[in-house]
Design a protein around this ligand. Structure first.
Ligand SMILES: NC(=O)C1=CN([C@@H]2O[C@H](COP(=O)(O)OP(=O)(O)OC[C@H]3O[C@@H](n4cnc5c(N)ncnc54)[C@H](O)[C@@H]3O)[C@@H](O)[C@H]2O)[C@@H](O)CC1
Ligand SMILES: Nc1ncnc2c1ncn2[C@@H]1O[C@H](COP(=O)(O)OP(=O)(O)O)[C@@H](O)[C@H]1O
Ligand SMILES: [K+]
Length: 503
C-alpha cells in the first residue's frame, strides 16, 4: 500500500493557503470573518486549557488578517477575565476589514475596562507583565525582510520571559522557505490555521515555531487536492509489523551488495539492521576476499561470495555471477553501503543497474557511481529507492542546492521526472515519490548524523521493501522506526546514541 496521509497533515505554501482561503470564501460563501472567528476561537480554547490561571495577555498586532486572528483570541480570553494589552505596529487606521471589525467588537466586549490599546510601537511603554505574548504581527502575507517597527517588535518579544504564541506562523518566518526574513519570532507554540505551512518544517522553521497546534478551518477537502506535501509522523504511518512467513524465503529476502576492504562495517550494519526486522533471509553478496570478515561477524546471514580470494572490492567481472545469484530467489536488493569508489566498482554498479530487474535501494557509494554515470533511466517495471545525504543529492544536478526549500523542490521534481522514490536525508528528512507527492519529517534528525546511521537506515528501508511494502511506505517505515528508537533512547540514556542503538 502506498502512503495515504490524512488531510490534517497536509502542508501548504503561502500561495496554496491563500488559494484555499479564496475558494472557500468565493465558492462556498463562507466569509473571511467567519474563518477568522473559527481560527481565533480554536486558538483561544487551546490557550485556556493549556494555560490555566492566566490573567493578562499582550497582543502584538500588524494590520492584516493575522492581527485579526489575534483580536479574536483577545475577545474570547477577555470573556474569561484575561485582560488584553494590544500594540498595533502599523497603527489602527489601515487595518484589513475583518481585523477592523474585530477591533470594534473587542472594544464593545470590554465591559470591565480590561483593554489597553497602544496605537504604535513608539507609544507602547513596555512596562507590565504578561502571562503570554500573542504574535499577530505577520502571517502568510509576509512578502519581504521585516520593515519598520516589526523588526523592533520581534526582537523585543524574543527577549521577554513570557512565552510567545504565534498566530499561524512566527512573524518573520517565510511561509514557504522557512527562512528568517531579517529577524524572526521564536515561538513556544504556533497555531496553524487551516493547514500547516511549509516554512514550519524547513530551515529555521522547527527552531522557531515551537509546538505546532493544527486548527482546522472549514475548507472543503476537494480544495486541498492541489496539495502535494504532507507531514510524516507516527500518528498515521503504520509501524511495519514483523512478518512471520511460511518458510524463510517466503517472508522476505533482501540481497545486500555492499562492502569493500576497509568498509565492511557499512555492509555489516546494513545486514544486521535488516535482519533485526524479521526478514526470512538476508543474503550478502561479497567479493570473495572479504568472506572471512562476514563469516566472523554475521553468523545468521547467508553469504554468497563472487570472484576469487584476492578480490576485496566489486569489479565488472563479478556482474554475471551476481545476477545469477539474484535469480535464485525472489527478493529485493540493497546496493551501495561501503562499496568504495574504485573505478572498477563504479563500472560494476553502472552495469549492474542497467541489467538488474529487482526492486532496489541504492545508497552511499552506489549513488556516487550512479550520479557520475548519469544513467537515471531504470529498466521498466523496476522500482528504485535512492537514499542520498545532502552531499550525494547535490551530485544529481548541476545546480547548487543550498537550502531546504531548493532541496524539497528538487526532490519533488527529480523523483517524479524519473519515476523513482528519493529518501533525502538531512533535517528534515524528505521523501519524494514518483507521483510528485513529498513527505517531510518534523523531528530532530541531527541525532542520526553519525557514520553508520545511514547504513542502518538503508537496511531498514531494504527490509520493508523486501516485505512487499511500497517504496514510499518503506522509506517512511525506516525513518520512523529510527525515530521511535531515538525517543526510547532519550527517555533512558544520555549522550549521543550510536548506530547499534537504532538496529
Ligand atoms: N480569510 C483568510 O484569508 C484567513 C486568513 N487568516 C490569517 O490571515 C493571515 C494572512 O493575512 P494577510 O494576507 O492579511 O497577511 P498578514 O496579516 O500576514 O500581513 C499582511 C500585511 O503585512 C504587510 N507586510 C508584509 N510583509 C511585511 C514586512 N516584511 N514588514 C512589514 N509589513 C509587511 C503587508 O503590506 C500587509 O499589509 C494568515 O496567516 C492567517 O493568520 C486566518 O484568519 C484564516 C482565514
Ligand atoms: N531514522 C532516521 N530518521 C531520520 N533521519 C535519519 C534516520 N536514520 C538516518 N537518518 C539520516 O541519515 C543520515 C546518516 O546517513 P549518512 O550521512 O549517509 O551516513 P552513513 O552512510 O555514514 O551512515 C543522518 O544524518 C540522518 O539525516
Ligand atoms: K504571526
Amino acid at each position: 500500500m502506498m502512503l495515504q496521509a490524512p488531510l490534517s497533515h497536509y502542508v501548504l505554501t503561502a500561495r496554496q493557503s491563500r488559494e484555499v482561503d479564496r475558494k472557500t470564501i468565493e465558492e462556498m460563501g463562507i466569509d473571511g470573518f467567519t474563518l477568522m472567528e473559527i481560527a481565533g476561537s480554536s486558538a483561544a480554547k487551546a490557550i485556556l486549557s493549556d494555560r490555566p490561571g492566566s490573567s493578562h495577555g499582550l497582543y502584538l498586532c500588524g494590520k492584516g488578517n493575522n492581527a485579526g486572528d489575534a483580536l479574536v483570541v483577545g475577545r474570547y480570553l477577555m470573556q474569561h477575565n484575561i485582560a488584553a494589552t494590544l500594540v498595533f505596529l502599523s497603527g489602527t487606521g489601515d487595518l484589513s476589514p475583518d481585523a477592523e471589525k474585530n477591533l470594534e467588537l473587542l472594544r464593545e466586549f470590554d465591559s470591565r475596562n480590561q483593554l489597553t490599546i497602544f496605537e504604535s510601537w513608539g507609544a507602547f511603554d513596555q512596562s507590565g507583565s504578561w502571562d503570554f505574548i500573542i504574535d499577530g504581527m505577520l502571517g502568510t502575507g509576509l512578502d519581504s525582510e521585516l520593515r519598520g517597527d516589526y523588526l523592533k517588535g520581534v526582537q523585543w518579544a524574543n527577549k521577554q520571559p513570557a512565552p510567545v504564541l504565534s498566530m499561524d506562523i512566527p512573524t518573520g518566518l517565510h511561509a514557504d522557505t522557512g527562512e528568517s526574513m531579517g529577524a524572526c519570532i521564536r515561538a513556544e507554540q504556533t497555531f496553524a490555521f487551516g493547514g500547516r505551512k511549509q516554512g514550519h518544517y524547513l530551515e529555521e522553521g522547527p527552531a522557531r515555531t515551537g509546538k505546532i497546534t493544527y486548527c482546522e478551518l472549514p475548507f472543503p477537502n476537494h480544495f486541498k487536492s492541489s496539495c502535494n506535501t504532507f507531514l510524516l509522523d507516527e500518528s498515521w504511518v503504520e509501524r511495519p509489523p514483523a512478518q512471520p512467513g511460511r518458510h524463510k524465503y517466503a517472508s522476505g529476502v533482501l540481497y545486500i551488495i555492499a562492502g569493500s576492504e576497509g568498509l565492511t562495517g557499512a555492509a555489516i550494519l546494513a545486514a544486521q539492521s535488516a535482519w533485526a526486522e524479521g526478514l526470512g533471509a538476508v543474503i550478502i553478496v561479497c567479493p570473495r576476499g572479504l568472506l572471512s570478515v562476514y563469516e566472523h561477524n554475521l553468523p545468521s546471514i547467508i553469504k554468497k561470495p563472487v570472484g576469487d580470494t584476492s578480490d576485496d572490492h566489486f569489479k565488472p567481472q563479478h556482474l554475471s555471477h551476481t545476477l545469477e545469484i539474484l535469480r535464485e530467489k525472489e527478493g529485493v536488493v540493497l546496493l551501495g553501503p561501503g562499496l568504495g569508489r574504485q573505478e572498477e566498482t563504479a563500472s560494476f554498479v553502472s552495469r549492474f543497474l542497467s541489467r538488474n530487474l529487482r526492486n532496489t535501494v541504492i545508497d552511499a557509494d552506489a549513488l556516487w557511481a550512479l550520479a557520475r554515470s548519469g544513467q537515471w533511466d531504470k529498466p521498466d517495471d523496476t522500482q528504485w529507492i535512492l537514499t542520498p545525504h545532502p552531499g550525494e543529492l547535490s551530485r544529481f544536478t548541476d545546480h547548487p542546492i543550498t537550502n531546504d526549500y531548493q532541496r524539497l523542490n528538487f526532490v519533488r521534481t527529480f523523483s517524479s521526472d524519473h519515476h523513482i522514490t528519493i529518501l533525502s536525508k538531512g533535517m528534515p528528512g524528505i521523501i519524494g515519490t514518483s507521483s510528485g507527492t513529498c513527505y517531510i519529517t518534523n523531528y530532530n534528525t541531527r541525532y542520526f548524523a553519525r557514520a553508520g546511521n545511514g547504513d542502518v537506515l538503508a537496511g531498514k528501508v531494504g527490509a520493508y521493501l523486501a516485505f512487499g511494502r511500497a517504496p514510499d511506505d518503506s522509506c517512511a517505515g525506516g525513518l520512523l522506526q529510527g525515530k521511535q528508537k531515538l525517543d526510547r533512547y532519550l527517555e533512558t540514556a544520555q549522550g549521543l546514541p550510536e548506530p547499534r542503538d537504532f538496529i
